[in-house]
Design a protein around this ligand. Structure first.
Ligand code: NAP
Length: 267
């Protein structure tokens, strides 16, 4: 596996094994995204409520890397009309299509079948290559499939050794759905953990790199956010070591359903 490796989605399309998150990437979004793309990041994650779509759009104009080799994903909000919101967000991003459109979170009153139908239409019309969900529970994903016949190809959820769910991982694996790991670095909040520190020392890597590598070896797709150039470089420098089964298990054992956002909405 290297930084250009991909996974194959249920639809047969490829998705990079990791990406860049852009929540609060508000300092010079365009410059940072150009820098990241030129370093080798291929997948860029955003959302209408991050305020980074226009900056990412400018970065796509500025970079010499071709649009076809980049993977741009954004999200519709639970209060949106999913089809027309997709058109609006593509305009903000200044792109013809998104590689992935996600429902940001399920609405309060159900799993959002209407939103899902809007994304299915957007996909049929070529506005989105693939469609998925975020912050969904297993039963909510099942309802979308039962009501429309279409599986989401990813579920983007908060995911780290400190907060994850084997039930969700098993469900996703057995249905060909990929977990995208958001806040994979716990927003730096758990870097001091003793086991994490020991593993970082053992492998000559940083806690952030161990957290990213845990995802890569699990087959989940981390999207760490970084504004700082050193952080951007460090987070991509994770393909020259292997944790191995034993160390991955030590990290699994740290699970306490921890959430740096408040609570894990999927457990
Ligand atoms: N779907 C959803 O509901 C949802 C919710 C939350 C997040 N997300 C997505 O997931 C992405 C990532 O999650 P996140 O932004 O919440 O948190 P994160 O990626 O866990 O952490 C980002 C923080 O870690 C720092 N950092 C990055 N690399 C580092 C390194 N190598 N060493 C030390 N510190 C480092 C960053 O600092 P600098 O920025 O200063 O470099 C930033 O403060 C978001 O940006 C967003 O795209 C989605």
């Amino acid at each position: 596996m290297d930084q250009d490796s991909t996974h194959t989605l249920l639809t047969g399309n490829e998705i990079p094994v990791m990406g860049l998150g852009t929540w609060q990437l508000t300092d010079d979004t365009a410059d940072t995204v150009v820098e990241a793309i030129e370093m080798g990041y291929r997948l860029i994650d955003t959302s209408s409520d991050y305020g980074t779509q226009p900056g990412i759009g400018r970065a796509l104009q500025q970079t010499t890397i071709e649009r076809e080799t980049l993977y741009i994903q954004t999200k519709v909000e639970e209060t949106d009309d999913a089809y027309s919101a997709t058109q609006t967000y593509l305009k903000e991003l200044n792109i013809e299509y998104a590689n992935m459109m996600l429902i940001h979170r399920p609405p309060d009153d159900g799993p959002g079948v209407e939103l899902w139908q809007g994304l299915i239409r957007a996909q049929k019309e070529g506005l989105a290559v693939d469609i998925g969900v975020s912050n969904y529970r297993i039963d909510q994903i099942q309802t979308l499939k039962e009501e429309t016949g279409v599986w989401p190809v990813v579920n983007q959820i908060e995911w780290s050794p400190f907060g994850h769910s084997h039930e969700m991982l098993d469900f996703c694996e057995s249905n060909g759905i990929f977990i995208q790991a958001y806040s994979p670095l716990t927003r730096e909040k758990r870097f001091e953990n003793e086991v994490l520190q020991q593993l970082a020392q053992k492998h000559g890597k940083s806690p952030a790199q161990v957290l990213i590598r845990w995802n890569l070896e699990l087959g989940t797709i981390p999207i760490p956010k970084a504004n700082d150039t050193e952080h951007l470089e460090e987070n991509l420098d994770v393909f020259d070591f292997t944790l191995g089964e034993e160390d991955v298990k030590k990290l699994h054992a740290l699970n306490e359903q921890y959430s740096c956002l408040g609570e894990l909405p999927y457990v």
